[in-house]
Design a binder for this molecule. Structure first.
Ligand SMILES: Nc1ncnc2c1ncn2[C@@H]1O[C@H](COP(=O)(O)OP(=O)(O)OP(=O)(O)O)[C@@H](O)[C@H]1O
Length: 322
């Protein structure tokens, strides 16, 4: 449903900076009815890709087709099947929920006859039923986000793009929003591509893409991504010299030992292998270890594994082409 082929985007040089490659020959596709998440450290190209997919920017080269239409040659066809939820609010906070929906319907040429049905349909999943006459500025962040989504749903998009839609929401509102979105996506068979840097959001989706510096490092189901680093991971917090301990573990156990902050991680351990490994490490290096545990890898661990970085938010910008 979404096919991105060899997409490259380079921001031109300015007086102050060299050209920056934001997307480097990126190819990925999202099948019809799939829910995919796009993740990556700051500066990995998520926003650039999002802006291109919504038709707000043109790439330096490459092809994108959405619903079988060429995004650059047939943008008007794509617009008809596409819904976009931006990170920054796109509703008028001084208007009521109902007024915002009406305004959006007018913009999209939805006639009076169809309006009530499409509006009710777009709201059915939400908690907004008794808030229609309330101004958006008086709603909680979570409910205001629901208005953004309801507005976009009124045009019954087949493909939905969302840019970090849960930014600023508390964990409960975030779960609520995503739960509703997933239910809707399944019921309507929509294809969804969403950018996110919250790994817990990616656990339940069909596919997760991890970008770094404009390159696609991994793209697979959460289960397959987690299998990249094994089903168990031994995590050691060293007492003193972490590098010396890592070198000694590597040399004596013959395993990959990854340094992550103040932890040493022994990945690629399969079910049941963690405990004996933990015991033998304790036996041999007890005096150099502050704590040791076994962990089931989650998507954050996969992210660290494939990007070599701690978290998307904390990563620094790297300039390419320099
Ligand atoms: N308008 C611009 N002019 C020049 N370089 C830009 C511009 N916008 C983005 N870049 C650069 O392109 C690269 C990709 O940026 P982009 O904003 O797409 O990444 P991102 O993954 O969305 O980051 P974030 O998570 O911080 O939003 C970065 O190196 C960034 O500095």
């Amino acid at each position: 449903m979404i096919q991105i082929q060899s997409l490259t985007h380079t921001y031109p040089a300015s007086r102050k900076q060299a050209p920056r490659v934001a997307l480097a020959d990126l190819t990925l596709s999202v099948a019809e009815g799939e829910f995919a998440i796009l993740s990556g450290p700051n500066g990995s190209g998520k926003s650039t890709l999002f802006r291109i997919l919504c038709g707000l920017a043109l790439p330096s080269s490459g092809k994108v087709s959405i619903g079988g239409f060429d995004l650059f040659a047939q943008p008007q066809h794509v617009r008809r099947i596409l819904g976009v939820v931006f990170q920054s609010p796109a509703v008028d906070k001084h208007l009521t929920v109902a007024e915002n929906l009406r305004l959006h319907a007018d913009l999209y040429g939805i006639g009076r006859g169809d309006f009530s049905r499409l509006r009710d349909d777009a709201l059915a999943w939400s908690d907004l039923a008794d808030r229609l006459e309330q101004k958006v500025e008086t709603l909680s962040g979570g409910l205001a986000r629901q208005v953004e989504l309801a507005k976009v749903l009124m045009t019954r998009p087949r493909v939905l793009l969302l840019d970090e839609p849960t930014t600023g929401l508390d964990p409960a509102s975030r779960r609520n929003f995503l739960g509703a979105l997933q239910k809707l996506q399944r019921e309507r068979g929509m294809t969804v591509l969403m950018t996110s840097h919250v790994f817990s959001e990616a656990e339940e989706v069909d596919r997760v893409a991890i970008l770094r510096e404009g390159n696609l490092l991994a793209y697979d189901s959460p289960q397959a991504l987690k299998a990249l680093i094994g089903t168990e991971m031994v995590v050691v917090r060293p007492q003193g010299d972490a590098e010396a301990l890592a070198a000694s573990l590597r040399a004596e156990l013959g395993l990959a030992v990854r340094r992550h902050g103040d932890e040493l991680r022994l990945e690629e351990t399969e079910n049941g292998e963690g405990l004996p490994m933990l015991e033998s490490i304790l036996e041999r290096w007890r005096d150099q270890i502050r704590s040791i545990s076994i962990k089931q890898p989650d998507l954050e661990d996969v992210f660290v594994h494939v990007t070599g970085r701690a978290e998307p938010e904390r990563a620094s910008h790297k300039e390419l082409g320099q």
